[in-house]
Design a protein around this ligand. Structure first.
Ligand SMILES: Nc1ncnc2c1ncn2[C@@H]1O[C@H](COP(=O)(O)OP(=O)(O)OP(=O)(O)O)[C@@H](O)[C@H]1O
Ligand SMILES: [Mg+2]
Length: 456
C-alpha cells in the first residue's frame, strides 16, 4: 500500500493529469486489497472526497474560462449601452447641435465639455484638424448658452491683412487713417452681449495678440484713432488647427494669451479617430444633399460604401460632406467608385476585378500610402466590424424584431435603431430567417421601430 502513503492533500495546482494519477491510485488500492480495514476505507474516502473537490474546482475553472470567453461580447454590449446612454442623456437635456453625432466617446467628451461650458461666459479654445467641425462647435456653444439670441460674430484672424486687423476688430474713428471716411464699429462692438468667434487664432500676428490680451483683461476696447474706452461684454470662443502650446514654446504665440483663451479647451477628434460616425454622416449628408439638390437621397454600391468606410479623410468631415454632395450630384440613384474624384479613387481600380464588401482592404491597398490605415484605425475598423457582426447575429436570432433584440441585449430601443442605421442594417432583411424558423412578429411597436431603423 506504499502508493497510498503519498500525501493525500490535493495539490493546489489542479490538472487533469493529476486527477488521473489519483484515480489510478484508488483503482490500484481497490485491486490489491483483499480485505479493507476501517482505516483503509477512511483513507480511500478522504481521497475520493479530495477527487470530488478537485473535479468541482476544475468545472468551476472551466465555466470561468467559458464565461471569460463570452466576456468581450458582454463588455461590448455594456459599452454600447453606456455610450448610447451618454448620447441619449445629451439629447434628453435638449442639447442643441446643428449636425449629427453618434456615440463616439471622443466626440461625446467634446460635446459634454461644450455643454457644460456653454452657459458660462468662460473663454473656450477649440482645436482640431481642418474640417473637424470647429466652427460648428463654436455655434453649438453659443446656441446652448444664455446669449443664444444675441449676435454670433465670426472673425477669420488669418484672412485680415495686418494693417487692417486693429480696425477690423476694434473699429476706427473717422480720419484715423487714409481711407477711414467715417466712424466704424469693429467686430468686438458688434458682438457686444453676444459671442465673438476668433477663427484661425493661431494666425493672429503678435501685435494683434497683445491687443487681444488687453481686451480679455479689461473687457474694453478703443477704436483706432480714439482714446475713449468702450466697454464690451463679449464671450470669446477661439479656434485653431495649429498647436498653440507648441507655437507659444516657439515664441510665435503669447503664452499668457494662450492660457487666457483656453480656460476651457475642447479638442475635436479627426474623422479617422471616430470612424464609427461615418455611416451616420453618410446618411446625414446624403439627406442634406438630396434636400439641396431636390432629388432622392443617393445610395451607394457595397464596394463604394466599403471604400468610403475605410478611406482616410485627410479633409475630415468637410471632405466627407463634399464627397456626398458630389455623389448626389453626379450619380443617379446609385453611386459607385467611378463617381469619386479621380485623386480619391483607388489607383488601380479595375471594376471587373473588384468584388463586394470583402474587397475593401484590397481597394485601400490600391489607394496608395496616403490612404493606408494606421494601426489604431485598423483596430477601430475591426471594432466596428465586431459591433456590426454582433447586431447581425442578434437580428438573425430574433428574426429581425428590433424590440425583441433590444430586450435581449438590454439596450435602449432608440439607441439600437441608431446603431442599425449606422451600420446600414435593415431589420426586414432578417425577417425571412424568422419566418423559416416559424418565429412570430406581432408587435405594432416593432413595425414602427423597424420602419424608423430602415432609413437606408
Ligand atoms: N457632426 C457634424 N454633423 C454634421 N455636419 C458637420 C459635423 N461636423 C462638421 N460638420 C460640417 O462639416 C463642415 C466642416 O465643419 P467646420 O467648418 O465647422 O470645420 P472647421 O474645423 O472649422 O474647419 P476649418 O479648420 O477648415 O475651418 C461644415 O459643413 C460643417 O457643417
Ligand atoms: Mg473653420
Amino acid at each position: 500500500m506504499k502508493i497510498l502513503d503519498q500525501p493525500e492533500d490535493s495539490s493546489p495546482a489542479i490538472s487533469y493529469a493529476g486527477l488521473i494519477e489519483k484515480i489510478e491510485i484508488l483503482r490500484s488500492t481497490l485491486r490489491w486489497s483483499s480485505r479493507l480495514e476501517r482505516a483503509e476505507i477512511e483513507k480511500l474516502l478522504r481521497q475520493a472526497s479530495a477527487l470530488r473537490d478537485e473535479v468541482m474546482q476544475l468545472s468551476h475553472k472551466e465555466r470561468f474560462v467559458q464565461a471569460a470567453a463570452a466576456e468581450p461580447e458582454r463588455l461590448a454590449a455594456d459599452l454600447l449601452r453606456s455610450r448610447g446612454a451618454r448620447r441619449q442623456a445629451l439629447l434628453e437635456r435638449s442639447f442643441i447641435f446643428e449636425g449629427t453625432f453618434g456615440d463616439n466617446p471622443k466626440l461625446l467628451e467634446a460635446l459634454e465639455i461644450a455643454e457644460k461650458a456653454a452657459p458660462t461666459d468662460l473663454p473656450v479654445l477649440i482645436d482640431g484638424e481642418s474640417g473637424t467641425g470647429k466652427e460648428l462647435m463654436a455655434k453649438v456653444i453659443h446656441a446652448n448658452g444664455g446669449r443664444a439670441d444675441k449676435p454670433f460674430i465670426s472673425v477669420n484672424c488669418g484672412a485680415i491683412p495686418d494693417n487692417l486687423l486693429e480696425s477690423e476688430l476694434f473699429g476706427h474713428r473717422k480720419g484715423a487713417f487714409t481711407g477711414a471716411s467715417g466712424d466704424r464699429k469693429g467686430k468686438f462692438e458688434s458682438a457686444h452681449t453676444g459671442t465673438i468667434f476668433l477663427d484661425e487664432i493661431g494666425e493672429l500676428p503678435l501685435p494683434g495678440q497683445v491687443k487681444l490680451l488687453r481686451v480679455l483683461e479689461a473687457h474694453e476696447i478703443q477704436r483706432v484713432g480714439s482714446d475713449e474706452p468702450i466697454a464690451v461684454d463679449t464671450r470669446i470662443v477661439a479656434a485653431t488647427n495649429r498647436n498653440l502650446r507648441k507655437l507659444s514654446e516657439q515664441g510665435m504665440f503669447r503664452e499668457d494669451l494662450f492660457y487666457r483663451l483656453s480656460v476651457i479647451h475642447v479638442t475635436l477628434p479627426p474623422l479617422r479617430e471616430r470612424r464609427d460616425e461615418i455611416p451616420l454622416l453618410f446618411s446625414y449628408f446624403s439627406d442634406e444633399a438630396a434636400g439641396a439638390l431636390k432629388r432622392r437621397p443617393v445610395r451607394m454600391t457595397p464596394r463604394l460604401r466599403d471604400f468610403l468606410l475605410t478611406y482616410a479623410y485627410p479633409g475630415n468631415i468637410r471632405e466627407l460632406r463634399n464627397v456626398m454632395y458630389r455623389l448626389s450630384c453626379l450619380a443617379g440613384d446609385m453611386a459607385d467608385i467611378d463617381h469619386l474624384p479621380v485623386d480619391m479613387r483607388p489607383m488601380a481600380h479595375a471594376p471587373a476585378a473588384v468584388g463586394a464588401s470583402s474587397d475593401a482592404a484590397t481597394l485601400n491597398g490600391e489607394a496608395g500610402t496616403a490612404n493606408l490605415l494606421s494601426l489604431s484605425d485598423a483596430k477601430r475598423a475591426a471594432s466596428d466590424e465586431a459591433e456590426k457582426a454582433f447586431l447581425q447575429r442578434g437580428l438573425r436570432e430574433v428574426g429581425g424584431t428590433v424590440a425583441e433584440l433590444a430586450r435581449r441585449v438590454d439596450m435602449n430601443r432608440s439607441h439600437l435603431q441608431m446603431l442599425l442605421k449606422k451600420h446600414g442594417l435593415h431589420s426586414k432583411d432578417f425577417r425571412h430567417s424568422a419566418q423559416s424558423r416559424g418565429a412570430t412578429r406581432n408587435s405594432a411597436t416593432d413595425d414602427a421601430d423597424e420602419s424608423e431603423a430602415d432609413l437606408r
